[in-house]
Design a protein around this ligand. Structure first.
Ligand SMILES: Nc1ncnc2c1ncn2[C@@H]1O[C@H](COP(=O)(O)OP(=O)(O)OP(=O)(O)O)[C@@H](O)[C@H]1O
Ligand SMILES: [Mg+2]
Length: 298
């Protein structure tokens, strides 16, 4: 279990991470989400003692990162930007890290194979594509066979095949009991992969829970057009639906019921609908709704 407890980081007047508390369970993939500048990277850097918090703590099964001997054997990190020596080969890059995590050459070759770089072990990293660098970063993260993985925007730069691969990679790690925390500024990018989501905006927690709880908060929205304005409003009031004026004349936005329920209720009340269009509302809309006003670029 990773516990983020009242974590705060200030840069001058900016509160980049603001009293942030949440926990991350083992055996699950947790998406760490927020718009650009929300504080995701800063949080992950504090978790791994790369920067010091102004307040609060992060602990891994009760211990802070700095108190864990050979932390790379327990916590694998792939944070951006990736610092690779361009003249080094992929294998040499891992061999340089190996002593810190107790890995041998065989293990280095094994993880390169695992991330799909088996044919590129002798290639210089300077000649690697962005996607190959991402894979090498992941190879370095899993080198010490850690039980916790912290990944900062691992999908960046990957092609569709690479994205599918990394989804399977994260799922496999979680299914083997490991803890996977993966950041993204797009919910849709991780939606198929994650069990849980932690959403932040302006350094503050806005949602933490299972993906299902987020889906449960996804209220259907429907655009309805009718010339029987008063009858429609009475119907909405009767059913306790939220109704507001739409963008077109005679159009209304109804929040709560599904389009089917509205159609049936309107029919039963002899209200003629000229239009009945479901706006619903992928989870990305829920994410935007949660983060807008508080989130956005800073
Ligand atoms: N070293 C620093 N000095 C000053 N401000 C910083 C520093 N590092 C981060 N910030 C600011 O802190 C805020 C949070 O940045 P952070 O990189 O953690 O966001 P993020 O959620 O990772 O965003 P992105 O999705 O763009 O990667 C931003 O406003 C950023 O400009
Ligand atoms: Mg970031």
């Amino acid at each position: 279990m990773i516990v983020f407890d009242h974590l705060t980081k200030r840069y001058g007047p900016l509160v980049a991470v603001d009293d942030l508390s949440f926990s991350v369970e083992p055996g699950k993939v947790t998406g760490f989400l927020g718009p650009n500048g929300a504080g995701k990277t800063t949080t992950l850097r504090m978790a791994t003692a790369l920067i010091r918090p102004d307040a609060g703590t992060v602990s891994f099964d009760g211990r802070p990162y700095a108190a864990i001997p050979q932390p790379g054997r327990h916590i694998g990190i792939a944070l951006e930007p990736n610092a690779f020596h361009p003249g080094r080969t992929a294998l040499n890059h891992l061999l340089m890290l190996a002593p810190y995590v107790g890995a041998d050459k065989k293990r280095c070759e094994e993880v390169l194979g695992f991330v799909g770089l088996g044919d590129a072990t002798g290639k210089r990293v300077g000649k690697f594509s962005l996607g190959m660098r991402g894979r090498l970063n992941l190879a370095a993260a899993i080198l010490g066979d850690p039980e916790v993985l912290l990944l900062d925007e691992p999908v960046n730069g990957l092609d569709p095949e690479g994205i599918r691969w990394i989804r399977q990679f994260m799922r496999a790690l979680a299914e083997s009991g490991r803890t996977v925390l993966t950041s993204s500024h797009l919910l849709s990018e991780v939606q198929q992969t994650v069990d849980n989501v932690v959403i932040i905006a302006h350094g503050k927690l806005v949602h933490s829970g299972s993906l299902a709880t987020l889906e449960a908060g996804n209220v259907p929205r429907t655009i309805v057009s009718t010339r029987q304005r008063d009858a429609l409003i009475s119907l909405a009031q009767f059913h306790h639906w939220r109704v507001s004026a739409g963008t077109e004349p005679h159009s209304f936005l109804i929040e709560g019921p599904s389009a089917g329920e509205i159609g049936a209720a309107a029919g039963a009340s002899h209200i003629i609908l000229d239009q009945l269009a479901s706006q619903s509302s992928d989870l990305e809309a829920v994410f935007l709704h949660l983060t807008e006003g508080q989130g956005g670029m800073r």
